[in-house]
Design a protein around this ligand. Structure first.
Ligand code: DHK
Length: 177
């Protein structure tokens, strides 16, 4: 039996006409397409693991990065994890984030309590910001109770150690959606 012109005879033989196939990106391609969340770490966080472990824990910064990357992958987020001991470098990365990132998770270390430059860069970035601290800064010295970063942050997580970074990533999925 002959089919109708143009549909390969599908109609006459009772089959649905074939539709053009929608090609979905793979999960990895999708990750590469979206802008990463910048996870930025300030001064002395490269010393994690050996630095005052009773306050900051025994995990190294590399452990923190691996846990953050694993959590981000499970959440479908791409992250760019960095650390610097230099205020200017951190400010440069926050400026870069404005065009290149979907959000910022920031543990600015001691610069949290001193840097108006970092606050200004965060305000200019116009991105969701979550502030993280490993230790509970409110149980510590009075000078740690004030944070310039908080003025630009959507939320603050402190005192929960490495888990704070994972919780920040979970919260970020809602903020970048
Ligand atoms: C890290 C630092 O280096 C301190 O200067 C802050 C923060 C607290 C943290 O708990 O992760 O005061």
């Amino acid at each position: 039996m002959q089919g109708l012109p143009g549909n390969g005879g599908a109609m006459r033989r009772g089959r649905k006409p074939s539709r053009p196939r929608l090609k979905l990106p793979t999960f990895q391609t999708f990750l590469a397409m979206v802008k990463p969340v910048f996870v930025l770490n300030g001064p002395n966080l490269n010393m994690l693991g050996t630095r005052e472990p009773e306050i900051y824990g025994r995990d190294t910064l590399d452990d923190v990065r691996k846990r953050a990357e694993a959590r981000a992958k499970a959440l479908g987020l791409a992250i760019d994890f960095r650390q610097s001991n230099h205020e200017g470098e951190l400010i440069g990365w926050i400026q870069e984030a404005r065009g290149a990132a979907s959000g910022i998770i920031l543990n600015a270390g001691s610069l949290t309590h001193t840097s108006i430059g970092i606050l200004d860069a965060l305000s200019a970035a116009e991105l969701p910001v979550i502030e993280v601290h490993l230790s509970n800064i409110f149980r510590r010295e009075a000078f740690r109770h004030h944070s310039y970063v908080s003025l630009a942050a959507k939320g603050v997580i402190c005192g929960l150690g490495v888990q704070g970074y994972e919780l920040a990533l979970e919260a970020m999925t809602k903020l970048v959606a």
